[in-house]
Design a protein around this ligand. Sequence first.
Ligand code: NAD
Length: 465
Amino acid sequence: MQPRKIGVVGTGYVGLVGGVCLADFGNRVINVDIDEDKITRLNNGEVPIYEPGLKEVMQKVVGKGMIEFTTDFKYTVENSEVLFIAVGTPPREDGSADLKHVLTVARDIGRHMNGYKVVVDKSTVPVGTGQLVKSTIQEELHKRGVDFEFDVVSNPEFLREGKAVSDFYSPDRVVIGGESEKALNIMKEVYRELNDREVPFLFTNIETAEIIKYASNAFLATKISFINEISRICEGLNANVNDVAKGMGLDARISPQFLQAGCGFGGSCFPKDTKALVHIARANGFPMAIVEAAIKANEEQKMHMVKKIEENLGGVKGKTIGVLGLSFKPETDDMREAPSLTIIPALIKSGAKIKAYCPEGMKEASWRLADYADNIDYQEGPYQVMEEADALVLLTEWDQFKNLDLARVKSLLKGQSFFDFRNVYLPDQVEREGLDYFGVGITRENRDVIGYLKQAYGTSVSGVE
Ligand code: NAD
């Protein structure tokens, strides 16, 4: 079978990973971007994002001549039969998804179309975007006075940053929304590698595929906010959220995934996709109270962390706080909506100075936190952030922060408070070294549960008196 000719528009986390992996599936791929610097770096063999395993696959497919990188959009369209749109859909001020990049690409496809094409929307987009892409392309063809057949398909991406390559090779499912059998058969060929391995394929209409993506992300974000709210009750009532999550997660209907309490969700997807879904729902007259509450709980969780630090240190004015981890999760340099971008500025506004280290996030952090640069000292390693610091805060659970030499931590810190906002350590393990441990949803104080019950139910509660 002849390799399919594929154009992938965008060389970000989705476009580059998708382009490289589709080339490894045996397709001929042209990866196009407007960012000249990125394309130059890619053509020099450099991977512009941090994503484990990506460099190796990229070298392999470049070596085999299965992928090329370009800024030439006309060349890409004219030489591809399938065009993936994988550009950003950032949030606008009102929370709705900004479709300007997607629609620019649609217009450019219409301008250069030279025969039948399948236009695949891989960006996360609101319901109705597939039809908008179709009418935008049609308008351009009309302006040119030409009439080429084309199909629009929605193929949302579910990869996780940090595991993007393995997720692309072994997805839980491939969702394809379309209207023509011809396009769906071409998509099956594009993904023949996954089809052969019996990865579940779900074929739907375009609108259903578009909403599957938003519903999935909103559900996962809600699950995180749920356990974070439970963690706050645990703190008040002498319970341990890790054990609560374990007790819940052993129920197969619940599952232990996305049930780890922490300092709030972030990243390029959950915050913007939940806001976009809320916007879509409101605009259509069906407000989604649950998703709105999940967003609010997430904002509160980040500020709850700030409060926890301030309360336990008796204020942070003039104090130095060491921060481990800046990226929104481990194994990525992505800083979009990372909890650190809320927690660090809040601490600085309260008078703290920050010493920070992150294995991959510091370059991104330095411009995203540029307004606070005078109060942030970036360090070269984890132990440097502790030197002379009044407290240590673990914000992202990178592997290298999971086995800290706690005796060394104690000897380097000026203070003795260790805020573990990813519940990586056990309280006893930390306190044995003479440090004070503060996790999320794990209280070391023996709270007055009986007193609470009396207050809530009166003295007649059985077993209380
Ligand atoms: P990104 O910002 O990392 O990359 C987008 C790329 O598109 C950039 O390199 C940009 O220069 C390029 N671009 C913008 N306009 C262009 C144009 N007109 N022509 C060519 N290139 C153009 O974005 P991302 O994280 O890869 O996300 C892309 C889409 O995929 C978004 O809709 C996102 O919600 C969705 N998504 C992201 C993830 C993730 O984990 N990052 C996962 C699933 C889905």
